[in-house]
Design a protein around this ligand. Structure first.
Ligand code: SF4
Length: 441
């Protein structure tokens, strides 16, 4: 049996896509291996959110030259947000990545995964004509399941490649999503994450996402329901109401703000103001006071003045976020922002990044301190062995980690068999941006 090895970069969408690709590969008689030397095929799920991420993938492909030479017939394929056109080295019109990386044999747009049959060495097979989302996923994790509800994006934020890479937004039918969620729960899923680039514009109908969320939450035995990503221009109270009615929906909202200054938000083409965003957070907190709110930011967007950066920090304080993920702005080819004047020097971006980081750590540490002696329900995702200072392997301790419904990263000592289980953990030692605790009695 021929084997494939893969590397997945980037966000949850790539992980969800990989589960469907695994099924197509299985039908082609390819089995997965975690040992590169056994593999005939190397697949990469790319992320192009930052130039660095794309350069890393390019470097990865260059390093595979010796691996390819060692066994005739070995191939390298690439999908994800770096790909613009399904093609191979023989195509008349090649994807730019193929021109850049001669070692790479083929690239494919994820929705065209049926064409893998033509692109691979097993080329005499008929291409699959199925809709990508109707392909049954081969789950990598039966307990925490990712379910895409839409693909692509229509928003064209001025810094983002997704609409060019993944195309326009297409929503899956609710009936198909519900069937996939029900099946996952039947097979032992405790947590489902509904995925879309902008879940709030699902079906382009006001209230459609709230209705879907409500229906999925009603699936019996589903312990936890999450959703990403939300867009502040489309997020509304209907989702907050559904969250409040269904306690198995996470007590957490991740609402990417990207900035807190109106002028920058306009240049980003985000189509909301800082005031509108803060009002949404206020409404959310009024109905779900125990829930957490997290966000994303881009620091050092072209033209960002000192004053505009101060506005971002003040916005952070006003929203009183529980945590934020943030990155320095990275110009992406094809996007309007890459051509904007006044690109911010790297040293200034770094200085602003460090200041935001200090604010986030300080705010989260204060919030986490208040969780001392509280009990949170944690879904254990992994366990790591640590040898104690004595060096005696018998005294090795195992640390379990996972997240609570409020999205708090939590660690505690406990047996490995707890992976995939919900465990009640009493918080004993809040650290800056993580919580430590013990299994509640
Ligand atoms: S909403 Fe904006 S940032 Fe998000 S995927 Fe679409 S274009 Fe990119």
């Amino acid at each position: 049996m021929k084997k494939y090895f893969w590397k997945i970069f980037g966000c949850a969408m790539n992980y969800a896509d990989s589960e469907r690709v695994a099924n197509i590969l299985a039908e082609l008689g390819l089995g997965r291996t975690e040992n590169l030397n056994e593999a005939d095929l190397f697949l990469i799920f790319s992320c192009s959110v930052r130039q660095k991420a794309e350069d890393r993938i390019f470097g990865e492909i260059e390093k595979l030259a010796d691996w390819k030479k060692a066994k005739p017939g070995r191939e390298i394929g690439l999908t994800g947000c770096s790909v613009r056109r399904t093609s191979n080295q023989d195509s008349a019109k090649k994807d730019p990545f193929l021109r850049r990386a001669p070692n790479l044999d083929f690239v494919w747009q994820i929705e065209e995964s049926g064409h893998l049959t033509e692109l691979l060495a097993t080329r005499n097979q008929e291409p699959a004509t199925r809709n990508f989302f109707q392909i049954e996923p081969q789950r990598q994790n039966q307990r925490q399941v990712l379910v895409p509800i839409s693909t692509g994006c229509d928003n064209f934020c001025s810094y983002c490649v997704v609409p060019y890479a993944r195309g326009r937004e297409i929503s899956r039918e609710p009936i198909e999503i519900l069937a996939e969620c029900e099946e996952a729960v039947k097979n032992g899923a405790l947590e489902i994450t509904l995925l879309g680039q902008n879940v709030n514009s699902y079906q382009k109908k006001h209230g459609a996402f709230a209705k879907l969320l409500d229906q999925v939450a009603k699936i019996k035995k589903l312990k936890r329901l999450r959703f990403i990503s939300s867009h502040p221009k489309d997020f509304d109270e209907s989702v907050i109401d559904v969250m409040a009615r269904n306690p198995n929906i996470e007590r957490h909202l991740h609402l990417p703000a990207q900035h807190g200054d109106d002028e920058i938000l306009k240049k980003m083409n985000r189509k909301y103001s800082a005031k509108h965003y803060l009002e949404l957070i206020e409404k959310f907190r009024a109905k779900l006071p125990e829930a957490s709110a997290t966000t994303d930011f881009i620091v050092g967007f072209p033209g960002e003045t000192d004053e505009q950066f101060e506005n971002l920090l003040n916005f952070y304080r006003k929203a009183n976020f529980d945590f934020a993920f943030f990155a320095k702005y990275s110009p992406r080819p094809e996007t309007p922002a890459a051509t904007f004047e006044n690109q911010i020097p790297a040293a200034v971006k770094k200085e602003r990044f460090d200041r935001l980081n200090a604010l986030v750590v300080e705010t989260t540490a204060k919030k986490y301190k208040n969780l001392k002696n509280k009990t949170l329900e944690v879904l254990v995702e992994q366990a790591t062995r640590h040898s104690r200072a004595s060096g005696n392997p018998k005294k090795e301790k195992v640390v379990c980690e996972g997240r609570s419904s409020e999205f708090c990263p939590t660690k505690f000592e406990g047996p490995e068999k707890l992976i995939g289980e919900m465990v009640k953990v009493k918080i004993t030692k809040p650290r800056e941006v993580e919580l430590w605790g013990e299994i509640a009695k």
